[in-house]
Design a protein around this ligand. Structure first.
Ligand code: NAG
Ligand code: NAG
Length: 450
């Protein structure tokens, strides 16, 4: 086999499982490019057939030079940079793989990618990724049998395994806290019983509900994830009256997050007392200002928080206040001033909510299909993936994002995924070979008729 040169942009935790998959084939040579050379080197040291280079993603020329020297680019850098990578790939007729949603800026290159004869394969991680593979498979099967997909509900969560969910959020950060917290203020839009529902601000956390997953051992709640309404077209299910894609958390997370939100801890507004050059300030002083408490005395702080967050008759009041105590809100510990409330909170949460050595994450992904057959009969199916971190191996999130990405890359290199343009896994011709290889890795959703 002739040598295949792969450029991997990014050395985050998803990169390793992709690299591990690809270097099983000796003809694959992977260049790992990262802003910080040490990060790329740390990864390259673990795998044969890899080299580390440094690369500034804002340097268009440098990116283009790297792209030109390889056969395929995997872009695992933040999605805003993908368009730049695609542009360079089109110029030099190289294929591209990303795990990100196709953004409008990326879609603008669709025709140019087709004209250049290249494949720009996206949305091939977990969510988006594995979720699409198994949604599309069941939808195509139902349509082939002339059934209708009346409801499609899908929830996904990357969480600590239950035994490692030992904090008031039941959550730990695999990457920055900032992105996770800011996402709590996203607007969710979905189709429910024929009506478009839009939820934003603190209402998103209020909308979280317990889900009938069929796994009572997991105390999950779910809320909408961004805009689910384009999925009638993306999944070819115009007949559906309910289409919801959502995010899972352990119960307790949403009430707690909402209270922090109400205190202003999602705000990026600069505050003088949190500026880098301000003097040291303690958590109880920050919380007194945020809540409007008359002093930094713990009882005063609690009373002000209860008033501001409307917790007087809330059944979760104790749990929420205990959570705030756990963060350190009532102490005179100094905060890491982050310029605003959001970044100040993030600095403390990142310290307290990391995965420690030996702690496992898990992912839970479940689709729920309500099918109406030709004869009028109805059927409910679920399709579920429960994946835990491998002891001494990859975290579940890294594996379920990185492996599908590695598989799609290999299929392109082998000439088995040849569709051109800016694409996503939305049809069985693309998806079936990916599913087959994924299941060989022991990863797959299990379907059940209820
Ligand atoms: C919050 O209150 C509701 C209603 O009483 C209860 O079902 C739920 O378990 C509580 N959650 C926590 C984390 O205490
Ligand atoms: C939440 O999002 C809205 C837009 O939907 C924005 O106006 C508001 O400033 C955001 N709030 C925070 C705390 O970030």
């Amino acid at each position: 086999m002739s040598e295949k040169k792969i450029l991997l942009l990014g050395s985050g935790f998803v990169a390793a499982p992709s690299v591990e998959y690809l270097v099983r084939r000796p003809e694959n040579k992977v260049t790992i490019a990262s802003r910080r050379l040490a990060n790329a080197q740390a990864l390259a040291q673990k795998y044969p057939g890899t080299v580390a280079v440094t690369c500034d993603i804002n340097d268009e020329k440098a990116i283009e030079d790297l792209v030109a020297q390889h056969d395929l680019v995997i872009s695992l850098i933040p999605y805003i940079y993908h368009a730049l990578v695609i542009k360079a790939a089109i110029k030099h007729k190289k294929n591209v793989v990303t795990t990100s949603y196709v953004s409008p800026a990326m879609m603008e290159y669709d025709q140019a990618a087709k004209d250049a004869g290249i494949t720009v394969m996206n949305e091939i991680g977990l969510d988006p990724g594995i979720d699409h593979l198994y949604a599309v498979r069941t939808i195509e099967e139902v349509h082939q049998k002339e059934g209708k997909m009346m409801e499609f509900i899908s929830f996904c969560g990357g969480l600590p395994a239950p035994e490692d969910s030992n904090n008031p959020f039941g959550y730990k950060f695999s990457w920055s806290a900032r992105g996770v917290l800011l996402a709590l203020n996203n607007t969710a839009k979905y189709l429910e019983n024929g009506k478009v529902v839009e939820v934003s601000g603190t209402a998103l956390m209020d909308s979280a509900r317990k889900l009938p997953t069929g796994y009572p051992g997991f105390a999950f709640v779910g809320y909408g994830n961004r805009d689910s309404t384009p999925y009638d077209k993306r999944y070819h299910i115009p007949e559906a009256t309910t289409i919801i894609r959502g995010t899972l958390r352990y119960d307790g997370f949403c009430q707690f997050a909402k209270a922090l939100f109400k205190l202003g801890f999602l705000s990026e507004q600069p505050l003088a007392h949190l500026a880098a050059d301000a003097s040291d300030i303690a958590w109880n002083q920050v919380v007194a200002q945020a809540s409007g408490a008359s002093s930094t005395n713990a009882d005063d702080l609690r009373a002000a928080i209860i008033a501001k967050c409307d917790l007087a008759n809330d059944p979760n009041q104790t749990a929420i206040l205990d959570g705030m105590r756990w963060i350190g809100f009532f102490t005179d510990n100094k905060v890491h001033r982050g310029g605003n409330l959001l970044d100040t909170l993030c600095a403390t949460l990142e310290e307290k909510m990391q995965y420690e050595e030996g702690e496992r994450d898990m992912i839970f992904l479940q689709h729920r299909f309500e099918i109406e057959w030709k004869d009028g009969s109805k059927e409910t199916r679920t399709s579920t993936l429960v994946e835990f971190a491998d002891p001494n191996g990859f975290q579940a999130m890294a594996k379920t994002v990185g492996v599908p990405c590695g598989i799609a890359t290999q299929l392109i290199l082998d000439g088995k995924l040849t569709k051109t343009g800016v694409i996503a896994p939305m049809s069985s011709d693309i998806n079936d070979p990916i599913i087959e290889l994924l299941e060989k890795e022991g990863i797959g959703m299990i379907e059940k008729v209820l």
